[in-house]
Design a protein around this ligand. Structure first.
Ligand code: PLP
Length: 361
């Protein structure tokens, strides 16, 4: 059987070495006589895996003791509700930047729990850039300021984090966490669903500054209450045990590659290969034209027609370059090139793009 280059946006490709390690431990982890999947989450053997994974995550993102790292479930979508429920507090209002479909989903959810002030939006421009934030539009008394650091569907990324003064910055990092170095101290909360750049689906990581705990609304479901989860070491109920184990293997792999800063260099190189090719071509058209706003994780582009887009994705898949079809909301094509996508995969894609252009122009 031949493995393909998988450009899926999420769940997405995993490092092959990780899958091989997991396969080798599938039936029997260490001398436990059982699979990790079969272990009690309270057992010593499993707690070692859990603690090791949390410690590695803290190390790779350089997260200090003033932050809690929670391993939860429910995906980014559950956090869209958990964020206002845990943070709105007495202020009852928050600033949001509407930079994409997931940012929009987050603010629509937040409106159920308080007042949402949309301080900047690129919705009218189909989210093809990161909107300019006018400091005068921001509320210095907001409970928090919400952004999406990388917009997965449209392929945009914040070139710089907004300055929010004393207002805690809250960031959905689902699609670019661990892909570039961030100073975690810039954030009140940073969170991510695991299925793009951390590990398999099922795990949601929430990094929260400890002084922000203890403000949850009365109605907050126990499972979404960060303080209660922190008190119980993310084991208020059964955590996604196997997804956490797999995330641990991915983090070990990332560390062996040199960690986040080494990975960032590779990611810049991969993105440059694709954007340089797109920019010199008069056949393909990149969706995001402002170079500063371009995502390094999700590269969106079009051929001259929707028919050619469809045929491109189909022919590419036949060559082992899979899942290049754009999101159903926007169409076109999208190459998601997270940490696990090697430079060779991107080179193979560019070669295919050259060949396809010659044959279809
Ligand atoms: C994938 C994604 C989501 C949705 O995550 P779920 O785990 O499916 O809830 C939210 N935000 C961003 C930026 C994403 O890339």
């Amino acid at each position: 059987m031949q493995r393909v280059y998988n450009f899926a946006a999420g769940p997405s490709a995993m490092p092959q070495a990780v899958l091989e390690k997991a396969a080798s431990e599938m039936l029997c982890y260490g001398n436990s006589g059982m699979s990790v999947m079969e272990m009690s989450h309270r057992s010593g053997m499993y707690l070692e895996i859990f603690d090791h994974t949390q410690a590695l995550f803290r190390e790779l993102m350089q997260i200090g003791p003033e932050y809690e790292v929670l391993f939860l479930q429910g995906g980014a979508t559950a956090e869209f509700a958990a964020i206002p429920m845990n943070l709105m507090g007495e202020k009852g209002k928050a600033d949001y930047v509407d930079s994409g479909n997931f940012a929009h989903g987050a603010l629509v959810e937040a409106r159920k729990y308080g007042t949402v002030n949309v301080v900047a939006s690129s919705r009218e421009e189909n989210y093809t850039r990161i909107p300019q934030i006018d400091p005068a539009a921001c509320d210095p008394d907001a409970a928090y300021f919400y952004i999406t650091t990388n917009n997965t569907i449209y392929g945009t990324r914040y070139p710089a984090l907004p300055e929010t003064g004393d207002v805690p910055l809250v960031a959905d990092m689902s699609s670019n966490i661990l892909s570039e170095v961030y100073d975690i101290r810039r954030f009140g909360v940073a969170y991510a669903g695991a299925q793009k750049n951390i590990g398999p689906a099922g795990l949601t990581v929430v990094i929260v500054r400890k002084d922000l705990l203890g403000r949850a609304m009365e109605i907050t479901p126990k499972a979404l209450n960060w303080q209660k989860q922190a008190e119980k070491g993310s084991m208020l109920n059964t955590p996604p045990t196997y997804a956490i184990y797999m995330a641990g293997l991915c983090l070990e792999w990332l560390k062996a590659q040199g960690g986040v800063s080494a990975m960032e260099k590779i990611n810049i190189e991969k993105a440059k290969l694709l954007y340089d090719f797109l920019d010199q071509s008069d056949f393909y058209r990149p969706v995001v034209t402002q170079a500063a706003c371009r995502s390094r994780m999700n590269v969106t582009f079009n051929t001259p027609s929707p028919e050619l887009d469809a045929s491109f994705a189909k022919e590419a898949a036949a060559q082992g370059l899979c899942n290049l079809k754009g999101h159903r909301l926007v169409g076109g094509l999208r190459a998601s090139i997270y940490n696990a996508m090697p430079v060779e995969g991107v080179r193979a894609l560019v070669e295919f793009m050259q060949k396809y252009e010659r044959e279809h122009r």
